[in-house]
Design a protein. Structure first.
Length: 128
């Protein structure tokens, strides 16, 4: 099956040896997004709510570049430098997603790239 690399300038450029997303058939694997502002490649700020929203905005941009939207995501993995922010992720996620919600895991980690407080990766399925 053919593999297509997805890229958009509306999301942060990869800061390593990876693609923003890769599509294989109707499945799109989105790399982890941290709260970088695409235009500056700097963290949106220290505020956890702003960081979470920036991550979802970045994911949305990659979804759109692949021909989908957040509604097409079937699986999210959330990495938090402080699991005390789990409730904030839930509250803000409800602003971006409606039922049926994607499957999800939340993992506490020691640190994230660029000092981010949150990173999220996803799997999206296109075509219904």
């Amino acid at each position: 099956m053919a593999r297509e690399t997805i890229h958009t300038d509306q999301a942060p450029a990869a800061i390593g040896t990876y693609s923003q997303a890769v599509r294989v058939g109707d499945t799109v694997y989105l790399s982890g997004q941290i709260p970088l502002v695409p235009a500056t490649m700097e963290l949106v700020g220290e505020d956890i709510d702003a960081q979470i929203r920036q991550v979802f905005d970045n994911l949305q941009s990659v979804c759109e570049a692949a021909g989908g939207s957040l509604a097409d995501i079937v699986k999210l993995t959330i990495y938090l430098a402080d699991l005390a922010h789990f409730g904030r992720v839930n509250a803000i996620m409800a602003e971006y997603f409606t039922e049926p919600y994607p499957a999800r895991a939340a993992i506490g980690v020691a640190s994230l790239p660029r000092g981010a407080a949150v990173e999220i990766d996803a799997v999206m399925v296109l075509g219904g």
